[in-house]
Design a binder for this molecule. Structure first.
Ligand SMILES: *Cc1c(COP(=O)(O)O)cnc(C)c1O
Length: 438
């Protein structure tokens, strides 16, 4: 199956539907009336828990999106990797529509005919015995925490109430109170305590630190194979394999949060595959819903999963037939369109091209597959104005962690589209159109 294509493929991403390019490439653009009205409304009615780029999108297809002014952009964020299959993938939309015409929600009080096949296909694709479906990533992480704690008490024999989970500096696992409680990011935590005990933080990338932190009460080690929100931080080679082995020796559950790195993003189906690591607990989300519906899941063998018994845990929408049908199609697209392989090939090439730009503002280009961070030098100011300049040129990317521009387009992207992107990225990394100090 060929990836969905925009009708104006290979055109300048700055081109409008009428075929005009923006007035002056890279020149600051005053938002039009349609954009302004939405921004004003958001300012007035929306909680200010985000600081989005001032662009208002109204449609999308594949790797392209269009704003309310009719401008077209290449989406190089892909909803934090929830859109690995691209916007409105036809096979996923078809599954959504077909299922919407049958039944959408049963609750887990009853069975439905989509959840069973979904979980079987997910287990087959990942090599685990059992799966537990949830909706958002944070819920899946919470689920994994509950499972591993209970495993600790019932199987490992940790005294009740003493289970400890080790996490890493720079972690991001969602926004619930338990999860932000073990964040090392002050902004995620400030004002939201008191926090749940039972977590210990060790430096990311340091296997020895993990080994030293393990106690008889340690039940799990929760780790992102690459830290996405932390700034596309790639740990040293061998880190995953080494920490996996430490966990095996010490009877600690190795819990991989692959919500962002999984499902093809880094050039393997899962980022742990790069080091032939099989986690004890695999957490997936984001692209599992194909960009149309929130679907997440926890995968593990029966030894862990069987600690859950009726009444222990649940979710009204988890495993619902609409989400399950969408997730089945989303998974099929990733496998059938070989999105992991595409990400590997295009990502290696694109990363080299980004490095070759050799711009004075760039400290480092890092990542794996099409999960790439361009680190802006401290002296050059934060990454945000660079992202604004990219937006002016028809490229949507978002800063993460102040200094990093993340490039993580849908994996259905074509090489010529990445070439077009490079033509716009290069001048921006050289500072063109970058308005500093705002
Ligand atoms: C996005 C993300 C989450 C949280 O997912 P939500 O769906 O936003 O709750 C957890 N872990 C990682 C690594 C993520 O990137």
């Amino acid at each position: 199956m060929t990836p969905p294509r925009s009708p104006e493929t290979a055109a300048d991403p700055r081109a409008t539907p009428e075929g005009r390019a923006h007035a002056t490439p890279g020149a600051p653009r005053a938002p039009g009336a349609a954009t302004r009205s939405v921004l004003d409304e958001a300012d007035r009615f929306s909680a200010h828990n985000y600081k989005p780029l001032p662009v208002v999108l109204e449609s999308g297809e594949g790797v392209w999106v269009r704003d309310v002014e009719g401008r077209r952009y290449l989406d190089m964020l892909a909803a934090y990797s929830a859109l690995n299959q691209g916007h409105r993938h036809p096979a996923i939309l078809e599954a959504l529509q077909a299922q919407a015409g049958r039944i959408t929600l049963t609750s887990r009080a009853f069975h439905n005919d989509q959840m069973g096949p979904f979980l079987r296909e997910l287990c087959e694709a990942t090599g685990f015995e059992k799966a537990l479906p949830m909706n958002t990533g944070a819920e899946a992480v919470e689920t994994a925490i509950k499972m591993v704690r209970k495993w600790g008490y019932e199987v490992k024999g940790v005294p009740e109430g003493e289970a400890e989970i080790i996490v890493c500096t720079g972690n991001f696992a969602g926004r619930t109170t338990t999860i932000v409680g073990f964040s090392s990011e002050e902004a995620y935590r400030r004002g939201f305590g008191p926090f749940a005990p039972g977590f210990r933080i060790v430096p990311y990338g340091d296997a020895k630190a993990l080994e030293d932190a393990i106690t008889p009460s340690t039940v799990g080690f929760l780790v992102e194979p690459i830290q996405g929100e932390g700034g596309v931080v790639v740990p040293p080679d061998g880190y995953l394999a080494c920490t996996r082995e430490i966990c095996r020796e010490r009877n600690v559950a190795f819990m991989a949060d692959e919500i962002q790195t999984g499902l093809g993003r880094t050039g393997r189906l899962f980022c742990c595959d790069w080091e032939d690591v099989r986690p004890d607990v695999l957490i997936v989300g984001k692209a599992l819903g194909g960009g149309v519906y929130p679907v997440s899941a926890v995968l593990a063998d029966a030894a862990y999963m069987d600690v859950f018994r009726p009444g222990d845990h649940g979710s009204t929408f988890g495993g619902n037939p609409l989400g399950a049908a969408v997730a089945r199609a989303s998974l099929r697209v990733i496998l059938e369109e070989r999105l992991s392989e595409r990400s590997d090939e295009l990502g290696s090439w694109f990363m080299e091209e980004l490095r070759a730009i050799d711009a004075p503002h760039v400290a480092e280009v890092r990542g794996k597959g099409l999960m790439i961070g361009v680190v802006i030098r401290k002296e050059s100011g934060p990454a945000r104005p660079f992202c604004e300049a990219l937006m002016d040129r028809g490229i949507l990317a978002k800063e993460t962690h102040h200094q990093v521009i993340r490039f993580a387009p849908p994996l259905v992207i074509e090489r010529n589209e990445l070439e077009t992107a490079l033509e716009e990225i290069a001048p921006v990394l050289h500072g063109e159109g970058v308005r500093r100090g705002d």
